[in-house]
Structures are given as structure tokens and as C-alpha cells.
Design a protein around this ligand. Sequence first.
Ligand code: MCN
Ligand code: MOS
Length: 763
Amino acid sequence: MTPLDMPMKHGDAGDGASIGQRLSRHDGKLKITGSADYALERQFEHAAYAVLVPATIGAGRIVSVDTAAALSAGAILVLTPEDDLGLAQATTFTGQRPEGAFLPLPHEIRFDGQSVALVVAESLEAATEAARRIKVTYEAAPVTASLVQTPEDAGTVGEQFNVAWGDAQAAYADAPVKIEADYHTPREYHAAMEPHGLIAKWDGDRLTVWQPSQWVHAMARNYSDWFGIPMEDVRVVSPYVGGGFGSKGFNYGWEALVPAAARRLGRPVKLALSRPQNFNLYGGRASTRQTLKLGATKDGMLQSILLTGASETSTYGVWPEQVGAATPLMYGTPNYRGQQRIVQVNTVTPGALRGPGKAPSAFGIESAMDELAYAVGIDPLEIRLRNQPDHDRMSNKPWSTRRLREALTEGAAAFGWDKRPMAPRSMRDGHQLIGWGVATGTFPVIRNYGEAEIRVTAEGRVEVVSGATDIGQGTYTVLAQTAADAFGVPVDEVSVRLGDSSLPGSPVAGGSKLAGVMTGAVHKAATAAREELIGLALTHPDSPFHGIEANTLELKGGRLTPPRADAPNVTVAELLRAIGRDGLTVRRDTLPEDMQSPEERKRAWTTMTTAQGPTVGDYSQHSWCAHFAEVRVDEDFGTVRVSRIVSAFDCGLLYNPKLVESQWQGGIIMGIGMALFEEGLVDARNGRVVNNNLGDYLVPTNADVPEIQVISVGIPDTNASLLGGKGVGEVGIVGVAPAIANAVFHATGKRVRDLPITLEKLI
Ligand code: MCN
Ligand code: MOS
């Protein structure tokens, strides 16, 4: 079953009330029954199977690659650094991440696990065996394995991340109360269930790629650049994605090898990364460190925040994990200074992982605020309420909506915070020390452009068509709801087709913006389709409504309804039949009028440069959250269990509260992982990620996840998006780790400033 055959099951009346309904996921049944076709599950006749050979040194050069044994063991093609693949550099589409421009199979080795050859054979088993027989001779160079090996002043200052107002140093020197602390977060990985990979197939000069993707248009552009073919001749298909969390937004150099091999062999080639390769062939969250100095009055009023931080990147690409991404937004300090360094180490270039920057940033400031609360003896909730800023000091703009105060008070009430004794180690249950912690989080509202098509079929069904992707967050469902309301049909009458670069343009399903952007585009297209249909109903000579007064005809519940209750109403299908039409198609975009040249349109769907930050326009726009966590720490063993979480959010209007709650809970669960489990362990000798599998890289399991209560305190914010929603997908993770760390302090009296909080740090 394709999405187009699949009706929405939870009916509403089609009277404009679908947005806001708790509908189940459009794609849920397909995924549960195994009928959603994931990219790598597609079967092709005559397909060949590829395996990447990883480098076994962390830095240096390849001297030679001996392929003879692999070729005699069944390889039908081996690509090595000696092959001229004829690839052109790909345009970078972020301006920050030249990974796309990093041609595959260079002689230089920059990180352990970098691809040194692609081996293709008739089966995965044959390719794996042949790959094992590739012999590489290296010239090794010294390795900088990770950020922890580098001195405080290593790397370069990212000038674009300098933030300052007032005189933070002088105010800190004068402050009656001072806090200074260092915080560290380790390398973290996406660990999506579906591995990375792709199937490439050429039809003459036209290339089709099936690949899990958060952004099919940008990936299509990458392939078109690499292979020097027009973007119209590349199609990237990705209707269902088994988790991305930031890892499937961009192409990586090794992905070019698969179409290159397919072209040489004249047959489809498939590559699925092994689980270990899912730890080092694309980047996870970079390791960070930060020093925070807070100056305050004795009654806990902040006077100054000083932040110096650093994150690691690769030796060939820049991905800053911004430790100051949340820090300047949370509190109303009159003086602030923040600086970020970027340090090169021998790793694959890190990337976006749910809540990039914001999550480690919040770990710093929200731990430090808890330390300040204890230094002045003020309740951690109360000190947060006292220091809420009345406007955004960084941009000097008012908040569009900031209901963080409400999130704090309503979350606290639901949690029962008022029963919390201030002193650490004051609550216990037998051998278990109990602690309660609070922390807040934020995520910016990023705006972008989108395009959507509405097709009304002869049967009166509505199809939403867009190249946007649904990576599990709910795009299919909320776009169906949007179209149902704007066009005027029950949501059961709407189907949605997504995830194909040949369909209308869309930004990345990233930065928690896709829902806001695409509900806007679909609303516009569906409204235009309704107006066109009503126009036909009023003007077509064969229409039963021909000649009635304009502005009186309505489309409601799938029926065209004239104002007089006793007048006949007809269905969309009946009207179309009467006027001899077999449907209508309307395409709309949200680009400005002066951005409509083919070049500008292409750039709009394939670059991040058209993304607009949280302070575009007159307001500063962000989602907000407050997390309350309860932990139980075994006094003898130091094991930490999260036993309860209550979180309150301001994300504006919720298009579908059921899906939003699931997004928030998913983010919170990843926050539990960040707090207690997740840590990429790096071998100091060669930079190898040693726990590169799901047995050793720990993520939360069901047994680690307690009851999570989520509360919405948002109100519609129409500065943020057309329908009034703010971003939902990432804010949930931000602030969870410090809420848990603060709860651990409350339980034990031990302050852990170095994630994850493992038992050896507590005993
Ligand atoms: N939504 C809503 N009302 C709003 C905003 C959102 O109902 N006001 C709901 C919709 O169901 C929408 C979803 O929340 O589909 C997420 O919307 P949004 O916040 O706009 O985020 P995106 O659509 O841009 O999704 C990307 C975001 C990011 S950046 C990461 S990382 C992440 C996340 O979503 N990765 C995910 N959630 C994920 N969920 C799953 N299952 N898998 C991932 O890989
Ligand atoms: Mo999300 S990390 O922006 O894909």
C-alpha cells in the first residue's frame, strides 16, 4: 500500500476542526505491519552489493591498496584511491559543512574508519569476504583522538559565536556571590534503528537513489553536482525513514561511490552500512567543554554570565557544537560574555544531533543555576522565576511568546515541587536516596520556505503532494490535517505523498521547522484550491450554483453548501462531474515574489542559506520547556534510576497534540540517554570509537524510561508560523540532562559536571 491508497482513519467532520485533533500517525499502521517500504529494503533484479573498507589508522596516508586477493575472491569491482571517478566537487549547502565537497577515497587519512575502498560483489556475503582481503599499506601520522586530549586554548575562536552585552568581567568581579564551574559532554551518536546506506540505479544518464533522507532535494543536488548531470535527471526517493535525529540531512562523500560503481557496472548497486560504520562514517554530536562563571547578588539576582567553551570538529570540515546556543537566552542578566572555540581532532566531521548546541549548552547553564541556587540558599525553581528576562537581550527584541514562567509553575504544580526539602540527601526510601531536580530548555523557531501541490481527484479526494520527508515525526499526518481544514473535507478524504525529490520543494526535516513551514505551504495551496473550485462552481454554466451571489458558497465537510439551508448541496465529485472536470491541481509556494527565478527556486529548496533565524522580523521566537525529574540513587552501588519526569512546554499551537506529546517524550528519553548512558569512547592512541555498536554504546531501553507526563502551556504564535505553532521536535531533549544531574545532586550531594552520570562518578 502506498501513502496515496491509505486513507486517514480518524474522521473529523471536515468542518475546519482537524488541526488540533489527536489523530494517530498516518504511517503508523504501515510501519507496524511491515508494509512501509524503507529505502534499503527495495529489491532490484541484477543488483550488486557493496561494502566499504575502513581505514585502520587515525591519520596519515595510503601508500598502496592491493586488490588482487579481493578480485580473485569474487569482487566484481573494487574502487580505490587510484581510481579516477570523474566526480566534481559538490556545492556546500550549509556554508558550514564542506563534507559534501570532500571527494571520496582520498589518499589522506583523517580519521579511523574512513573509507579506503569500495568492494562490489554478487552478494553481501561475497562482498564482505572480498573486502576482508583488501590489503592497505599506510604511512601513519600522529593522532589527536578527541577534545579531552587538547589544552584549554586549543583550536580557533568562532568569531560568529561571540556574544556580549554590558561589561561581564567587571560585573563578575564586583558580584557578592560567584560560581565558577567546568562542564563536559562526551561524543554522542544518533543510533537510529535504520542504518545509513543507499541503492543507486542509472537509466541512461538519469540517476535514481533510494536512500533514507531528511532532505531529498539537497541530496539530489549533491548527486547532480558530483556527477555533472542536471538536477532534473536525479531522483532521490525516501518515503519512510527509520529514524534520523539529524544524521540523514546531508550527503557524505562515501555516498558518491555507490552511483559511481553502479555506472561502471551498468546495474543497480546497494550499500548498507554496518552498525559499527554507523558510528564513524557520519558525525554524531561533538564532545564539548565549557567554563561558566555566574556573578549574582545575595538574593540570587544574576549580575553576570561569562562563558568560554569549546567543541571538537574534524581536520577537514567544521561543525561547531555551540555551547552558547541556549546560555544567553535563559536569564535576564545585565552583563554577558560568551565565546566558543573549535578544535580539530581526528574524527569524521561531527553533525547535528537532536537539539544541536542547545542540549550541551543547557547542561552548562542549568547545572550552574542549580549551583547558584545552593550557594545563595534559594529554591532552584524560585531562582529561575526571579531571573526570567522580560525581553531577548541578545537581539534586543521582545519575545514573540515566552511562556516559560507558566511552564515552570504549571510543571512544578503537577510534579508536587512544593513538597521538596532544599537540603541534599533529605529524602530516602530504604537504600535509595531520592532527589528532585528542575531545569529549563529552549529551541529557536527557524523559518524557511516550502512548496506544496494539492490535487483534487474526480472522486473528490484531496492529495497533498510535497517532497518534504516524514522521518517519524508526523509530517504525513499534520499535512493531511492542514489540507482537510483549508480545503474543507474530512481528513479521511485526504492522502499525502512525500519523500521524493521530483515532488514540490521543501526544506530539511531538521531544525524543528518542517511542520511550521509545510503546514504554511499546504494551507496556502489548499486554500487556493478551494477558492478555485468555488470559483468554478459560481461561474461554470453547467454548475448547479451558476450565477448565485459570490462569497456565499462554502465548501464544508466535502460538500459545496449554499447559504440557504434548504437549498441543495453537492459533493465535490458531483460538482466536478456536472462541469465536466476530472479534477484540479494547484501548486503554491511561500517564497517571496522576487524569488521566483529557476535558479533562486532551486537554491531555496537545496540550501540552508534561505533559513531565517529566530530573530527575523520584530520578535525573538523560541520554544520553551521546564523539566522536573525524580531520581533514585542506590546508596551503596551508585546506580541512578529516573523514576518520574514531568515536563511543561510552550511550543505555541499544537497541530496534533498526540504526535507532539510523542515528540516531547522521545526527546526526553534521548535526554535520559544523554544524562545517564550515552558516551562515545575514543581510543586515545588512534581515535577509534571503541564502543561502536548497540551493545556497548548504551541508549535508554524501556526499563530505563519512567512515566513521563507532558503538559502544554503554549498559546498560538502567528509570528512563528502561519498556523501559530512553534518547533516541537527537538526542544524536548534540551534541559533534561541538567534536570537529572540536579536531581542526582539533590539525592546524593554530589555534583556531576561531566556527562554521563555513571555509577563510578557517584561512589
Ligand atoms: N507538531 C505539531 N505542532 C507543532 C509543531 C510540530 O503537531 N506546533 C508535530 C507534528 O507531528 C510534526 C512534529 O511535531 O510532524 C515535528 O515538527 P517540527 O518540530 O516542525 O520538526 P520537524 O518536522 O522539522 O522534524 C525534525 C525534528 C528534528 S530536527 C529531529 S533531530 C528529530 C525530530 O524532529 N528527529 C526525529 N523528531 C524525530 N522523531 C522521530 N520519530 N524520528 C526522528 O529521527
Ligand atoms: Mo534535527 S538534529 O535538526 O535533524
